[in-house]
Design a protein around this ligand. Structure first.
Ligand code: ADP
Length: 641
């Protein structure tokens, strides 16, 4: 059954309203979350009452849903641990004149570009990041170690980075011990690594080709500890000749051999756990880059003192599965031949070829205790459709099928919250959406678009790779203009050539089109806030986060109904409580038109309906607090094995 986000109505609405009200007295009185410990007696009593009501409502809801009630706490400690950030009176309506007067309005062509500087001359006392109040506290506390190539916001290329940070934060708030292991990329902004400190050093076995021969040597590896966005991280840096194995100015595509680097990193993560005496309950690895971990773990490390840990693999995208020659696997310090059979990690397409290759993702799937992907529909498409490609036969094995499932992503609603988003010139929320119009005007001015509230801004924030439906994005630019709208693209990736040309020639100085071919976290926030429509025309989409961010930022998603997009966007034409945007199914331009045209017509002809729907969407719970529960259930199941 497709998973649907339930709008917070009825009982949900009461709960959310109560939780929301709980924050008010505290927010009004405290400058930092840490000071929340010192709320006065009256406030504490009021909070206590509201929490008691909240608990009663949750119990009633659990009964209605026929599920076990969960403990809900007012977890000031957990919040304080995560959130040493300014907080202010989020819920008090801003004086609109003061709000507008403090905006540092941009001018087109500003250098450096306007998204790289503060949007306001007079900073606002923005609200707190809303994590943790009313967080579910799990009875059983687990120690979870993530191993990943990305982590938002400072080591992010796409959704993987968002997921790792969002899930880790949510699990911390639920009371678990969570650490994230990440390569110490040369390009990481060190000033954003909170409390960076040297932890330890150890020798990690690694294959290295010398005189044409692969030999295993000990590679000195330095471990550092820090926090990223409040989440504890361990950064591993190999002492590799003169520099870092993870060289270059980018996360991927830097000046290093990715396969070699991630094979080394997979081994180094396990060596670190062993060297530091950690005994996690769960090792949670992500994507092909870390798929060698379960293979190495069950082959060598399980016996060597880490026996408690169970290993889980999350596949965020099956498009890249980590092809690996057997001799290359020796970068882990173990011979690839160990895994070169069809029941293990051999890529069966290469059977009988010379040489026969391994597939890291296949090895990860076979050797992990649980395997998840990021939406139920994508999981089905992998099992029964073409999403997994040749890996479908691996997923079809009964023992693999039994441990494979789709868990829908959430978004980090603390990072993505227009009420407290520091990138925005004006905050807004479902309760007071007026700031969104200022955000739209701000972006229109800055990008040199015609400043007109009545023109729908259609936005697309995306990696520019074939998966994302490049030809449909290009078509949507022209279609939006035909329909009298404005198109804003923020995109980067290897298939960006066409858009670079369009930006520098055809649409140079256009009052209705801005094509920003680059990556910018700040620009992304501004664009979501200004957008009326967010377009996601992916050919396939494991989950997709931009449609969820769109909902939260009061823009209506127009998406191709595939993978997680089909799970999260429900067409208004079908009606129903969960209708929240526009969908189409074909991969042709006509199909896209069928959804985009309807959206832009509704924007123009039904402004009140549009405002109501966007407001309602902003209240839909697409947080990690909701999504993390499914992961915790899997962790618990594995820990009990
Ligand atoms: P994928 O992981 O396939 O790239 P998702 O929709 O899961 O797609 O996640 C994309 C994430 O990356 C979102 O947070 C989106 O805002 C961000 N993003 C994509 N392209 C850019 C860009 N050019 N600049 C800034 N952020 C981007």
């Amino acid at each position: 059954m497709p998973v649907r986000f339930a709008p917070q109505q009825g009982l949900h609405a009461n709960i959310s309203q109560h939780v929301h009200q709980c924050r008010r007295p505290r927010a009004r009185r405290c400058n930092t979350v840490r000071q929340a410990h010192h709320v006065d007696e009256g406030t504490a009593e009021q909070v206590g009452q509201l929490l008691a009501e909240n608990k009663a409502l949750r119990l009633a809801l659990s009964k209605l849903q026929g599920v076990q009630p969960q403990e809900v706490i007012f977890d000031v400690e957990a919040v304080a641990a995560l959130e040493p950030v300014q907080q202010a009176d989020a819920d008090a309506p801003e004086d609109s004149a003061r709000l507008e007067a403090g905006i540092a309005w941009p001018v087109p062509g500003e250098s450096p570009p306007f998204w790289e500087r503060p949007a306001r001359t007079a900073p606002l006392q923005r609200g707190q990041r809303a994590n943790g109040v009313g967080a579910v506290r799990d009875a059983r506390r687990l120690h979870v170690v993530h191993m990943t190539a990305e982590m938002a916001p400072i080591a992010k290329v796409g959704g993987l980075g968002d997921v790792v940070t969002g899930l880790a934060r949510a699990c911390l708030l639920r009371g678990h011990t969570v650490e994230v292991m990440l390569p110490f990329y040369e390009c990481l902004p060190k000033d954003q690594l909170e409390g960076l400190q040297h932890d330890c050093e150890f020798d990690c076995p690694k294959g290295r080709v010398t005189d044409g021969q692969m030999r295993t040597e000990g590679l000195r590896t330095l471990a550092f500890r820090a926090k990223i966005d409040g989440v504890p991280v361990v950064l591993l840096r190999p002492d590799w000749g003169a520099g870092n194995l993870f060289r270059g100015s980018r996360i991927y595509g830097g000046s290093y051999n990715e396969l070699e680097a991630y094979l080394y990193f997979s081994r180094a993560c396990l060596e670190y756990l062993s060297a530091s005496g950690r005994k996690p309950d769960i090792i949670h690895v992500h994507e092909w880059q870390l798929s060698a971990v379960p293979m190495l773990y069950w082959d060598s490390f399980h016996a060597a003192g880490l026996s408690k840990a169970r290993v889980m693999l999350t596949i965020h995208n099956m498009d890249n599965s980590g092809e690996c020659r057997q001799e290359e696997f020796a970068h882990t310090g173990l011979p690839g031949e160990l895994f070169a059979s069809v029941d293990k990690a051999l890529d069966e397409r290469t059977v009988g070829h010379n040489p026969e290759r391994l597939c890291l993702m296949k090895g990860g799937i076979v050797y992990s205790n649980a395997v998840t992907t990021v939406s139920p529909t994508y999981a089905r498409e992998a099992l029964d459709g073409g999403a997994a490609g040749w890996l479908r036969s691996t997923l079809a094995r009964p023992e693999v099928r039994a441990k494979f499932q789709g868990v829908l992503n959430g978004i980090d609603t603390a990072l993505w919250d227009p009420a407290v988003d520091h990138f925005l010139p004006a905050p807004y929320s479902a309760a007071d959406p007026s700031g969104k119009a200022l955000c739209k005007r701000y972006l229109q001015k800055g990008l040199g678009l015609e400043v007109d509230a009545c023109k729908p801004v259609v936005a697309c924030v995306t990696r520019l790779v074939p998966q994302k439906g490049i030809h449909l994005i290009r078509h949507a630019v022209y279609r939006t203009l035909e329909l009298g709208g404005q198109f804003v693209l923020l995109g980067s990736g290897h298939a960006d050539g066409d858009f670079r040309r369009m930006a520098s020639e055809e649409f140079r100085g256009s009052p209705a089109t801005a094509l920003l071919v680059m990556y910018s976290e700040a620009a992304a926030h501004l664009i979501y806030a200004a957008a009326d429509v967010v377009l996601v025309p992916s050919l396939f989409e494991p989950c997709g986060l931009t449609q969820l961010i769109a909902l939260r930022y009061g823009a209506l998603p127009v998406v191709r109904a595939t993978g997680g997009l089909a799970d999260t966007v429900h067409d208004v034409a079908k009606g129903g409580e969960d209708a929240n945007g526009y969908t189409f199914t074909g991969v042709d331009e006509g199909s896209l038109n069928s959804a985009l045209d309807r959206a832009l017509t509704a924007f123009r002809e039904q402004p009140q309906w549009w405002a109501d729907l966007t407001q309602r969407n902003m209240l839909v719970d697409c947080s990690w607090e909701r999504a993390a529960g499914a992961y915790v259930d899997i962790y618990n199941r594995l820990a009990a094995l």
